[in-house]
Design a protein around this ligand. Structure first.
Ligand code: PNS
Length: 157
C-alpha cells in the first residue's frame, strides 16, 4: 500500500491544492491531506474549519482523507504509515523553498521521499495568501476556490 501525505496550511484550500490532491490520488493508494495546526501563523480559518473544507471538497475521492497535525511533518507522515510527502510546485521561487524543506525532511528522516508535482498552468498564480488578499478587498474569487468555500471566506472578511 503506497500512502502519500500532502501537507500544508490550506488557509483556505484553493483550486490549485484540490487539483494536486485529485492527481495525487491517482498515483497513490491513499492520500492523507495534513492540515498544519500552527497558531504562530495566525490563520484566518481554524484547523477544524480548514479540515472541514477539504473533507467536503474531497468526499467524492475514495482514497483521500484529511487530518490535522502539529509538530514535525515527518512524525505525522510516520504516524500515517506514509512513504511519500507530496508538494505542489508553481514557480521557481516555490522550488527554492521546497527544495530546502525536502532536504531538511530527508535529514530528519531518510525514510521519506518528497515528490514534487507541477501545478496545472491554469492554477499557477493561485495561493491561499492571494485568495485572502482578494477577499479582503472584496474582489472576485470565482475560479480561485470552489463556490462553497467562497461563501465561507466572505463570512471572514
Ligand atoms: O502551506 P504551507 O504553509 O506552505 O505548508 C508548510 C508546511 C505545513 C508543509 C510546513 O510548514 C511543515 O511541514 N510544517 C511542519 C513542521 C515541520 O516539519 N518543519 C520542518 C520541515 S519544514
Amino acid at each position: 500500500m503506497r500512502i502519500a501525505v500532502y501537507p500544508g496550511s490550506f488557509d483556505p484550500v484553493t483550486n490549485g491544492h484540490l487539483d494536486i490532491i485529485r492527481r495525487a490520488a491517482k498515483l497513490y493508494d491513499r492520500v492523507v491531506v495534513g492540515v498544519l495546526n500552527n497558531a504562530s501563523k495566525s490563520p484566518v480559518f481554524t484547523a477544524q474549519e480548514r479540515k472541514e473544507m477539504i473533507d467536503s471538497q474531497t468526499k467524492d475521492i475514495e482514497n483521500v482523507s484529511c487530518d490535522i497535525f502539529s509538530g514535525l511533518l515527518v512524525d505525522f507522515a510516520k504516524q500515517q504509515k506514509a512513504s511519500v510527502i507530496i508538494k505542489g510546485l508553481r514557480t521557481v521561487a516555490d522550488f527554492e523553498y521546497e527544495f530546502q524543506m525536502a532536504l531538511l525532511n530527508k535529514a530528519l528522516d531518510p525514510e521519506f521521499e518528497t515528490v514534487f508535482m507541477m501545478t496545472d498552468s491554469k492554477f499557477s498564480y493561485i495561493s491561499s495568501s492571494m485568495v485572502k488578499e482578494v477577499a479582503k478587498y472584496h474582489g472576485e474569487l470565482d475560479g480561485l476556490v470552489p463556490a462553497e468555500i467562497i461563501d465561507k471566506i466572505r463570512t471572514k472578511f
